[in-house]
Design a binder for this molecule. Structure first.
Ligand code: NAD
Length: 499
């Protein structure tokens, strides 16, 4: 019988109340390797109850003590890094070195959370009126929840729960049902690090689990990362139910290559950004906008040459550059987009559709695909494909490139390759995108900044993790206090108090 990934509630692994399960695949071999339990409403409610019960004592635990759990967790994550990376590769398909990179980013967020005592400091003003002092403090919300996508099984949960719990909240995590194992194992390590039972609970599941979190009045706040239609649903339903919600959605990130760019370095950077993790990154670059036809011609020739030597194969072999797509269903969808691009009239310069990896004939491998002369009206330009498909759009000027980017519905990340400071500054100042790189293809903010796109890439005011994360997981309370002298007698004042 296949191994079952269960739930973690109040510090205990358990199978939950229902009997619905979903297959979990190893995409390199195209076989079911596990099953994941799909939580019922009752199971999710049990997890929320555990989080609710754990809140009062955890809230009153001092921030340095909470942070010490994070220090120990960091060590445990580092000691078990190989094991976690293998879990990610096994279910997602990305190459081990890439899984390690993702885990490194997860650990960064734990390091940031170690600073909780400083991060949670309040603001104090003495003598705002005669003998009156005032301060703001940042209190935890209570039970908080997170819902995460398949593509960063180790990292994205860590954008959420470490900061939520060091701020004094308790948490219910609902990882992706396609890649559930890493989040579960990392939560077990948190218990080993000393996180009290009930502070972090993990429920696996699908829409039923998510809807329970969205409707239960005990859940104060929800962080979501996933596709835009679901992000919008989470945001509208969660806020309608009075919850604080941050919902990060999909993307279509453009890289602009200017005529003065260092083309060799730009193309190397673009290869990793377009095809790394098989294009299944919300900060991937699926569109290159070349400024001027000479640049367009040169970039296409160089990309084609790089694609000829890119190694595609199972992620467990660290010599590979790119692994398979996550599921057969996703493989069919991405391949369908390549067919569509041809039908729409784009030039398919490199066709990865017929790739076969020896010994892995049933894996969901698609070779890198490259389209030239893609136009803004095409579906392959407009839609998030989330696969190893790179489109080259040719324009004449930087302004034309920027207008194209600004007109796109998504605004997650973008970058410009140039040697010209003025062009770069004009770009960073004016482009309508949340995360911008200059000669950096994947400008994913480090853990002590915050991550978030603009337009339909994010719903909600605050970005995720970093300083915005601290604000998201806390509520400001402002206290104004006076200790008058026992002898002071004041008359009644009917005018509005002022300093
Ligand atoms: P998804 O939206 O299908 O799933 C995300 C989560 O939502 C999962 O936990 C899933 O169980 C749940 N879910 C799915 N359908 C639901 C429904 N109908 N009702 C309630 N819950 C539902 O996303 P995915 O395919 O797992 O991940 C890929 C997407 O995530 C891409 O669009 C990618 O751009 C996006 N993403 C965005 C970021 C970001 O930071 N902006 C980061 C990573 C991934």
């Amino acid at each position: 019988m296949a191994k079952i990934v269960e739930h973690l509630i109040n510090g205990q692994k358990q199978s939950g109340s229902g009997d619905r399960h979903q297959d979990v695949f190893n995409p390199a071999i195209g076989e079911v390797t596990k099953q994941v339990a799909l939580a019922t409403k009752a199971t999710v409610e049990e997890a929320i109850s555990a989080a609710e019960a754990a809140f009062p004592a955890w809230r009153d635990t001092s921030p340095p003590k909470r942070a010490q759990v994070m220090f120990r967790l960091k060590n445990l994550l580092e000691q078990n890094a190989d094991k976690i990376a293998k879990m990610v590769t096994d279910e997602h398909g990305k190459v081990l070195h890439d899984s390690m990179g993702e885990l490194g980013r997860a650990i960064e967020n734990v390091e940031f959370a170690c600073g909780a005592p400083a991060l949670l400091k309040g603001e104090h003003s003495k003598n705002v009126g005669t003998s009156v002092d005032s301060w703001s403090e940042f209190q935890p919300l209570g039970v908080t929840a997170g819902i995460t996508p398949f593509n960063f099984p180790a990292m994205v949960p860590f954008w959420m729960w470490p900061l939520a719990v060091v701020a004094g909240n308790t948490f219910v995590l609902k990882p992706s049902e396609r890649t559930p194992s890493a989040a579960m194992y990392m939560a077990e390590l948190a218990l080993e690090a000393g996180l009290p039972p009930g502070v972090l609970n993990v429920v696996n599941g699908d829409k039923e689990a998510v809807d329970t979190l969205l409707h239960d009045p005990r859940v104060e706040a929800i962080s979501f990362v996933g596709s835009t239609p679901i992000a919008e649903y989470i945001y509208s339903t969660g806020t309608a139910n009075g919850k604080r919600v941050q919902a990060l959605g999909g993307a279509k990130n453009h890289a602009v290559v200017m005529p003065d760019a260092d083309l060799d370095n730009a193309v190397s950077a673009l290869m990793g950004a377009a095809y790394g993790s098989c294009g299944e990154r919300c900060m991937a670059i699926p569109v290159v906008v070349t400024v001027g036809d000479e640049v367009g011609d040169a970039v296409v020739v160089k990309l084609k040459a790089e694609l000829d030597v890119m190694k595609v194969g199972p992620g467990m072999d660290n010599n590979n550059d790119m692994g398979p797509l996550v599921t057969k269903q996703h493989f069919d969808k991405v391949k369908g987009y390549v067919d569509l691009g041809v039908a729409e009239g784009a030039d398919l310069v490199v066709d990865g559709r017929n790739l076969v990896v020896d010994g892995y004939e049933n894996g969901y491998f698609l070779g890198g695909c490259l389209f030239d002369n893609v136009k803004a009206g095409m579906k392959i330009y407009q839609d998030e494909i989330f696969g190893p498909v790179l489109s080259v759009v040719r324009v004449a000027t930087q302004q034309e490139a920027m207008d194209l980017i600004d007109a796109h519905e998504y605004g997650n990340g973008t970058c410009i390759f140039t040697r010209d400071g003025e062009s770069a500054r004009y770009f960073t100042d004016n482009i309508k995108v949340g995360m911008v790189g200059v000669n950096i293809p994947l400008p994913v903010p480090v853990a002590y900044h915050s991550f978030g796109g603009w337009k339909r890439s994010r719903f909600g005011d605050l970005s995720i993790y970093g300083p915005d994360g601290v604000r998201f997981y806390t509520r400001r309370k402002t206290i104004t206090q006076r200790w008058p002298s026992a002898n002071l007698r004041e008359g009644t004042v009917f005018s509005f108090p002022s300093s």
